[in-house]
Design a protein around this ligand. Structure first.
Ligand code: SF4
Ligand code: FES
Length: 340
């Protein structure tokens, strides 16, 4: 069946969702996804970040769909026309969803291990507002220890359910989930258990925010100071294909290899992730590349850096008198109108 997304036509199999069709086309028309994960069955439909406008339902019934549709859960129909990046309404809806997700999410990126590879940071960068309209206190939770491998920061969780699906679909016996509902919903173990089952480390990779992070990597480095390397080992539990995050010759972290949508190609076992931190454990293939605008490229060592010569005059460093006044802000009252 044929579907047109932002004027680009593509033929897809019946049962394909709008999001999958958009990913086949690629580029800017691909809606953001905070809960959908192609490798997890039944994922999606939780966050509403992927909303699109369906301007023509199908060839048989060309009426537009009145509401924004979650592209990860809406199957394409023959002759359907969809607006993603070209729809003002869809962009407004994504802005609203971003604002909604940030109501309770702490702005602690400077101390969060997910910074630099966080889907919510990226979403906020693309669709976020400069200021918040909320004055209410954010949700807080009593810290909960969920074992030696994974650190839970519940206040950062956006309840996407991806980690619950990993536990259901990959591990042997799920012992955590979303308990309570509505404003009280939270990720927790039942009751006070440690998450240690094999393949549970994949929860860290699928978590779109810093709610589940690797305890063995915690506060060791910022991701952009690490050198990500593709590596493999002969493993009897998983494919053994990973990304090593190195600082000099030290392996600080091991993760699955992620694609352009930040989804792992293949899930890896806990032994590869947490126990193999010696260089001799791995065959290193070479540097892993990231999308052009990723902050991880800040420490890019795959291309030769050009020498930069900065020529300055003394006056430039000193600045103009009127600018210095502005920077000191002594004479300029703080404009707080945006926050009101
Ligand atoms: S902990 Fe992470 S993966 Fe699990 S529901 Fe919360 S945001 Fe999603
Ligand atoms: S990605 Fe579609 S609702 Fe979350």
């Amino acid at each position: 069946m044929k579907v047109t997304i932002d004027g680009q036509e593509i033929d897809v199999e019946p049962g394909t969702t709008i999001l999958q069709a958009a990913r086949m086309i690629g580029g800017e028309s691909v809606p953001p996804a905070m809960c959908y994960y192609s490798k997890l069955e039944g994922s999606g439909g939780k966050c509403r970040a992927c909303l699109v406008e369906v301007s023509k339902g199908s060839e048989a019934d060309p009426r537009p769909m009145p509401k924004m549709m979650p592209s990860c859960k809406t199957n394409v129909m023959d002759g359907m026309e969809v607006k993603s990046i070209t729809s003002e309404r869809a962009l407004d809806a994504r802005k609203a969803v971003t604002e909604f997700l940030l109501i309770n999410h702490p702005l602690d990126c400077p101390v969060c291990d997910q910074a630099g590879e966080c889907d919510l940071q990226n979403l906020s960068f693309e669709h976020g507002k400069g200021a918040s309209r909320y004055i209410e206190p954010k949700r807080t939770f009593a810290p909960e220890d969920i074992g030696d491998n994974i650190q839970l920061h519940m206040n950062r969780c956006i309840l996407c359910y991806r980690c619950v699906m990993v536990a259901d679909q990959l591990t042997d016996g799920r012992c955590h989930g979303v308990i309570n509902r509505g404003e009280h919903a939270q990720i927790s173990t039942y009751i006070k258990k440690a998450i240690t089952n094999d393949f549970s480390g994949n929860m860290i990779d699928v978590c779109p925010v810093g709610a589940l992070t690797d305890k063995t990597f915690r506060f060791k480095s910022r991701v952009w100071f690490n050198k990500p390397m593709n590596a493999y080992r002969d493993c009897d539990k998983c494919a053994g294909k990973v990304t090593l995050w190195m600082f000099g010759n030290e392996i600080q972290r091991v993760t699955g290899r992620k694609d352009e949508y930040h989804e792992v190609d293949e899930f890896i076992c806990n032994t590869c992730r947490f126990d193999k931190k010696e260089v001799n454990d791995w065959v290193i293939e070479g540097p892993r590349k990231f999308e052009k605008d990723s902050v991880i490229n800040q420490n890019n060592y795959t291309s030769v850096m050009e020498d930069v010569v900065i020529k300055t005059e003394k006056q430039i460093l000193l600045g103009r008198e009127q600018d210095r006044k502005k920077i000191s802000m002594k004479d300029i009252p703080l404009d707080n109108t945006e926050n009101k």
